[in-house]
Write a protein that binds this ligand. Structure first.
Ligand code: AMP
Ligand code: MG
Length: 428
């Protein structure tokens, strides 16, 4: 496929770069876990268990029917067809008042408790009603169509460990166990702000020369909502040291973490850097990654602070590599990182061998059933459309340099959306 593309924006220039794993380790070591709280079950969606959950009882809580049909003694229907006396009608939610003696049956609905004496359920399709009796057309083995008590979860077992992030099915299991107020780590409150005199609100209709619209706050807001954080949006802060200091101080008091964009690189107007030098123990790193190289991290009055770069793709890459895992760690999660799969690059790309390069790619399964990826657009750090058109980062390790067409790479999936249309599935 095509000519060689360059993923390199500019040379390193001889400065010492901090290896990405080291930067990540320092960030994760510095962020505290949020305190445990007891919340209502639905409020726990997307949050992480702070304690293991022990099953207080079996699920299902009692032996019950898997089918609509007749509860019988398997011995009685061995010579089917046979006719049995129907002694009771048992809907779900009720307990039989009689037991199933020899030659008898109880009409039973799915989910109703198996009556005393019965050891199998004949499904309704294999029967016919006969004036207060039932004709049973086929034999069943003992245990047929009976769901055991504890068949799903046995009382006393550890259903989920601390560190498990709760999704829909987890909430359902907890509901089935009567765990109505699980102990989870508090939902993080994350302050976000954009910096820069050139940055204007997205709803400004006409931009003056030199102005751009604020992309980063929209991106961060959306990413944080996806993560289950509560967002404290502090807006756009002009390149004014006093204003920035006041806003950051407020953020440190009101939020569990602070994410800013812009102002952390080498420019004269990179005020975040200047202001933070006075405010807290913040480190300014040149991380050996591309994009996302200038990055600031530290504690601002004890509140984790992430000074993300200004360019929107750098913001997303630095968020993915530092802020997201750190926030998940604060939330108490065991698993912090996006899934990676192996796949082939479909085109050659030159990358900077001094850095881990995160190429924006579109990954999918090819005709042979293997994962393959191609660049999803321009690879400069201001070209956000390549993130929107892509679904993964091809992660090119330090020391690689040239990637050839057909080379196998790690694909870190940053989104895993629907890819099959109605037509493909329903007519396929
Ligand atoms: P800086 O590090 O502040 O010099 O920003 C680097 C680049 O990112 C500049 O081209 C900025 O205009 C751009 N930038 C900074 N903040 C934003 C933002 N919120 N939305 C879009 N672009 C931004
Ligand atoms: Mg700026």
């Amino acid at each position: 496929m095509g000519h060689r593309v360059s993923g390199v924006s500019r040379p390193t220039g001889g400065r010492t770069l901090k290896p990405l794993p080291e930067a990540r380790r320092e960030v994760l070591a510095a962020v505290p876990a949020l305190p445990p709280v007891s919340v209502q079950l639905l409020e726990a969606s997307g949050l992480v268990l702070a304690e293991p959950v022990l099953a207080p009882h079996d699920v299902p809580p009692f032996k019950n029917s898997a089918m609509d049909g007749y509860a019988v003694r398997a011995d009685d229907v061995r010579e089917a067809p046979v006719v049995l006396a129907v002694v009771e009608d048992l809907p779900a939610g009720y307990v039989a008042t009689s037991s199933v003696g020899p030659g008898a049956a109880i009409r039973i609905m799915t989910g109703a408790p198996i009556p005393e004496g019965a050891d199998a359920v004949v499904r309704v399709e294999d029967t016919e009603p006969r004036h207060g009796k039932v004709w049973v057309g086929s034999s069943v083995l003992a245990g047929t169509n009976i769901r055991a008590a504890g068949g799903d979860v046995v009382a006393g077992t550890r259903v989920f460990e601390a560190g498990e992030r709760l999704g829909a099915a987890h909430l359902g299991v907890l509901a089935s166990l009567g765990v109505a107020n699980p102990i989870v780590r508090r939902r993080p409150r994350v302050a976000i702000l954009s910096t820069g005199d050139e940055v204007m609100s997205p709803d400004v209709v006409v931009l003056q020369p030199g102005q751009i619209r604020d992309t980063n706050r929209m991106v961060l807001n959306s990413l944080l909502l996806d993560l289950g954080a509560e967002v404290l949006d502090l807006g756009i802060v002009r390149d004014d040291a006093d204003l920035l200091a006041a806003t950051l101080n407020r953020a440190a008091i009101e939020a569990d973490a602070i994410l800013t964009s812009g102002g952390v690189s080498m420019g004269e107007y990179d005020l975040v850097k200047a202001v933070l030098r006075d405010l807290g123990r913040i480190s300014f790193w040149q991380v050996a990654m591309q994009p996302g190289k200038p990055f600031a991290f530290g504690l601002l009055n004890g509140t984790p602070f992430f000074g993300l770069p200004g360019n929107p793709v750098s913001v997303m890459v630095a968020y993915e590599q530092f802020a997201r895992p750190a926030l998940l760690h604060m939330m108490g999660a065991t698993n912090l990182f996006r899934p990676r799969i192996r796949g082939r690059m479909l085109q050659p790309v030159d990358t900077n061998p001094d850095k881990v390069v995160f190429l924006r790619v579109r990954a999918g399964v090819d005709d042979t059933g293997e994962w393959a990826a191609e660049l999803s657009g321009g690879q400069l750090s201001n070209m956000l459309s390549a993130m929107a058109y892509g679904n993964a980062f091809a992660v090119i390790p330090v020391g690689t340099g040239a990637v050839e067409a057909g080379d196998e790479v790690d694909l870190e999936m940053f989104t895993w959306p629907e890819t099959r249309t109605k037509g493909e599935v329903l007519d396929g």
